[in-house]
Design a protein around this ligand. Structure first.
Ligand code: GLN
Length: 540
């Protein structure tokens, strides 16, 4: 059986460096040369997974096909590398300690003292190897270690990496250090000293970087590169510059132009095949379009951090690129429409309005007002998950005349709980709550808009929700002209909605953004942007 090579990616100095982009760029570089790769992300925090983490702090919760709620970086990997990943490819300190402590309670260690080395490090290695061994065709497994060198939490992981590297021939593993090059404005000179210290810190743990990627506002100067070569003990062909780029899609090309591919081939002793970047270059061109533009409003709650809607944002950009337009995304908080209802008219300046997923009551009434405005003023609208549920509530209130229609997530006393937990779910939910997660089958109605868009009666999309359209209200809502065009396999759950006499009023209970890819835009998003483009052209 073939054992993949291991490529470890660590970060120095600051978080938010773009290690994920480097991981994806190295992955793309290998893929384009015909290699099969996969990725593990290590998150040294103590949480078991990202499911309950606050989007303010951590960016969105990404959902994989297998229903794992996972770190936002998985979205970047899946999009850039076109992978379909699983939950066990995210390793956290919490998982590792929990597993070791469970074994200890079962008596698996036969009364021995349980320690970080070897017990925790063994568990880390076991988890890495189990992903590596799952696919016998895998050529390389890229393991990104979250956090920065020097963090207390990442030490056991770095020790496990040291051991793994020692256990294998040197050409079977590679350690990449991603660092940041400071450029103090008053000095106008790139400073490498912090990087040198980070390398020393790594060396004190028995690790030496094989390759360094220097992030920064500008391209790495020759002088700074020479210093890195000299003080960090890496050859010149293994130091790469990665400044901020227009789009992250450019990063693989940018790095390969400096010889990343040949260095990888050389170090890992892969056959030196050349790469054909033409497709990738064409794709990048599409993403660099600046005109014509469409103005899109994304309304939400966590508007302070663009990262909380990163997949939505990316899906909009994919859809725009394939419609040959540039999408200007404006994140707006809906709470202001609650205190200041007249402001709703400012929405008219947008070519499309997207109400994304969300939880809880804050800003929800504002979102309902936004949906009403989009419906009545025929502004292209796309509702996702909570946006779908709130569109049902808006329609029930204002078209079906069910005045206090609501979701039981917000009001337990509403006379018309049009969004509720399904009856058969209630017993389960009372016991601690269950989310409907991951990839599920959806059946689309004949002759519906969704069927026409997807060109299929049967589709699969990813989910993350607890509440559903209340079956008691489906008939009355549909009688008033809203069509539930997509349903779950058992037909109990409503999955898509559309209304006629509107250029584009669509919503999905699922999250199509999770399956959107740069070269394959999500279908509902594509249609939404297409309609926004038409509106913008008509308004000229
Ligand atoms: N809060 C809603 C639910 O739990 C929607 C969830 C979401 O938008 N992801 O069903």
């Amino acid at each position: 059986m073939q054992v993949p090579k291991y490529i470890f990616i660590c970060g120095a100095l600051i978080s938010g460096l773009g290690k994920g982009v480097v991981t994806s760029s190295i992955g793309t570089n290998l893929q384009i040369r015909g290699k099969k790769i996969d990725v593990i992300k290590i998150d040294p925090y103590l949480n078991i997974d990202a499911g309950t983490m606050n989007p303010y702090e951590h960016g969105e919760t990404y959902v994989t096909s297998d229903g794992s709620e996972i770190d936002v970086d998985f979205g970047h990997y899946e999009r850039m590398l076109n992978l379909e990943m699983r939950g066990d490819q995210n390793i956290t300190t919490g998982q590792v300690y929990q597993a070791v402590i469970d074994q200890e309670r079962k008596g698996d260690f036969l009364g021995k003292t349980v320690q970080v080395i070897p017990h925790i490090t063994d568990e880390i290695k076991r988890r890495i190897k189990s992903v590596a061994e799952r696919d016998s065709e895998l050529d390389a497994l890229i393991i990104e270690v979250g956090g920065t060198i020097g963090d207390i939490e990442s030490q056991p992981f770095l020790e496990a990496i040291r051991q793994l590297k020692r256990e294998m021939p040197s050409e079977d593993s590679l350690l990449v250090l991603v660092t940041y090059i400071l450029e103090p404005p008053n000095l106008k000179e790139q400073k490498t000293k912090p990087t040198q210290h980070a390398v020393r810190e790594l060396q004190s743990m028995g690790l030496n970087p094989d390759m360094i990627v220097a992030r920064g506002g500008h391209e790495l100067t020759d002088l700074a590169k020479q210093k890195i070569v000299m003080f960090c003990d890496v050859p010149a062909n293994a130091v790469f510059s990665l400044p901020d780029l227009e789009t992250v899609l450019e990063a693989p090309l940018y790095l390969d132009k400096q010889g990343l591919g040949s260095t990888l081939n050389l170090k890992l002793r892969y056959e030196d095949v050349s790469a054909d970047w033409i497709e990738q270059e064409r794709l990048v061109e599409k993403f660099l379009i600046t005109e014509p533009a469409v103005n899109i409003a994304v309304t939400g709650k966590y508007t302070e951090i663009a990262d909380s809607y990163i997949s939505v944002k990316e899906a909009i950009h994919h859809a725009a690129a394939h419609n040959n337009v540039n999408a200007r995304i404006n994140f707006i908080s809906t709470e202001e429409y609650e205190s200041n209802p007249d402001k709703i008219h400012t929405l008219n300046e947008f070519d499309g309005i997207l109400v994304p997923g969300g939880f809880g009551s804050r800003g929800a009434e504002g979102k309902i007002a936004v949906i009403k405005h989009a419906r009545e003023n025929k502004i292209p609208f796309l509702g996702i998950c909570y946006g779908f549920q709130l569109a049902v509530i808006e329609f029930a209130r204002n078209v079906c005349n069910l005045k206090d229609a609501n979701t039981t997530e917000i009001s337990k006393t509403s006379e018309h709980p049009v969004i509720d937990i399904l009856p058969e779910q209630k017993a389960v939910v009372d016991k601690g709550g269950t989310m409907r997660l991951g990839k599920q089958k959806i059946l689309l109605k004949d002759d519906s808009l969704f069927e026409e868009l997807y060109q299929s009666r049967e589709i699969f999309e990813r989910h993350r929700h607890r509440y559903e359209v209340n079956p008691d209200y489906i008939e009355i809502i549909e009688k008033h002209g809203l069509v539930f065009s997509g349903k779950s396999d058992d037909e109990k759950r409503m999955e898509t909605l559309e209304i006629k006499d509107h250029p584009c009023f669509i919503a999905t209970q699922f999250h199509p953004e999770f399956q959107s890819r740069p070269d394959k835009a999500s279908i509902p998003y594509y249609n939404f942007i297409k309609c926004a483009k038409t509106r913008s052209e008509q308004r000229k």
